[in-house]
Design a binder for this molecule. Structure first.
Ligand SMILES: Nc1ncnc2c1ncn2[C@@H]1O[C@H](COP(=O)(O)OP(=O)(O)OP(=O)(O)O)[C@@H](O)[C@H]1O
Length: 256
């Protein structure tokens, strides 16, 4: 059996109540917000797993915890056999993350300079850095971007550089948060059909959040449906579809 690259057990996350007064308009007290409630699942090496669920279901919170950007409130999460809290630095090296709000590229550096900087941070062997940059740039049709300053990029162009950055150090686990959202349809299709399957074929575990169910059906070996921080269903797309349809069709309480 392939090794487990992501192991999540009874994971909880509650965002604390904001302490600053301007977060409590007209004396209203903002309650702590629970984003994950006892979530457990696993992802094997080489598996492509989709995270789906309505807005606010907890997908981004989960991906941020697994990439070491956010601490859980309870439960455990292990990535590449390392605990995301106790072994955070080692764990972050095993993860490549392209997250929605993680565009931390230096705007006045070129894409190539940004990528060289990250390659050094993630201990990519120096003789390999430029070859890997060229390879990923070719795969993501981004060679023409390499020597331009990032501040001149469109959102889709930045998304390509963020993806290259996530892949450069050959992570054991790749975490993607709605990464195809700003790509044009052709680039999104090529990412789905070629890149993700190539990455998974090399043994990388891929966990990606998406609202595009056609994309999920085309790419995912397995689907996890989150609803209000809980795992509502897990299985193949066909197995999860009925539960997903009822979750997405449910009328939010505020609108009922
Ligand atoms: N920094 C934060 N402070 C307080 N609450 C937060 C914070 N970030 C997220 N939340 C809340 O946690 C819950 C889960 O949010 P999260 O962003 O993980 O959902 P999501 O499934 O990624 O949603 P979407 O599909 O809209 O991207 C939501 O109720 C959200 O309002």
């Amino acid at each position: 059996m392939p090794p487990l690259e992501v192991e999540v057990v009874a994971l909880e996350k509650t965002y604390p109540r904001p302490w600053w007064p301007w977060a409590r308009p007209r004396g209203r007290n903002e309650a702590p917000r629970t984003a994950l409630r006892g979530l457990s699942f696993e992802v094997e090496a080489g598996e492509v797993v989709a995270l789906i669920g309505p807005n606010g279901a907890g997908k981004s919170t989960l991906l941020r915890i697994l990439s070491g950007l956010l601490l859980p409130s309870a439960g455990t999460a292990r990535v590449a056999s390392r605990d995301v809290v106790r072994e955070r630095p080692g764990c972050r090296r095993e993860v490549g993350a392209a997250l929605a709000d993680d565009r931390g590229l230096a705007p006045r550096l070129t894409a190539r300079q940004n990528l060289r900087f990250y390659a050094a941070l993630y201990d990519v062997p120096p003789p390999e850095v430029d070859t890997r940059i060229e390879e990923w740039a070719a795969a993501l049709e981004a060679r023409r971007l390499l020597d331009r300053e990032v501040r001149t990029f469109s959102s889709g162009e930045k998304a390509r550089v963020v993806l290259m950055r996530a892949l450069l150090h050959r992570p054991r686990v790749l975490l993607l948060d709605e990464v195809t959202r700003s790509l044009d349809p052709g680039a999104a299709r090529r990412l789905r059909t070629r890149l993700l399957s190539d990455v998974a074929a090399r043994g990388t575990a891929v966990l990606f959040a998406s609202h595009d169910l056609a994309e999920v059906e085309a790419v995912a070996h397995r689907v996890l449906l989150l609803d209000a921080g809980r795992l509502a269903a897990a299985g193949t797309f066909a197995q999860v579809r009925p539960a997903a349809e009822s979750v997405f069709a449910a009328v939010p309480r505020e609108e009922a």
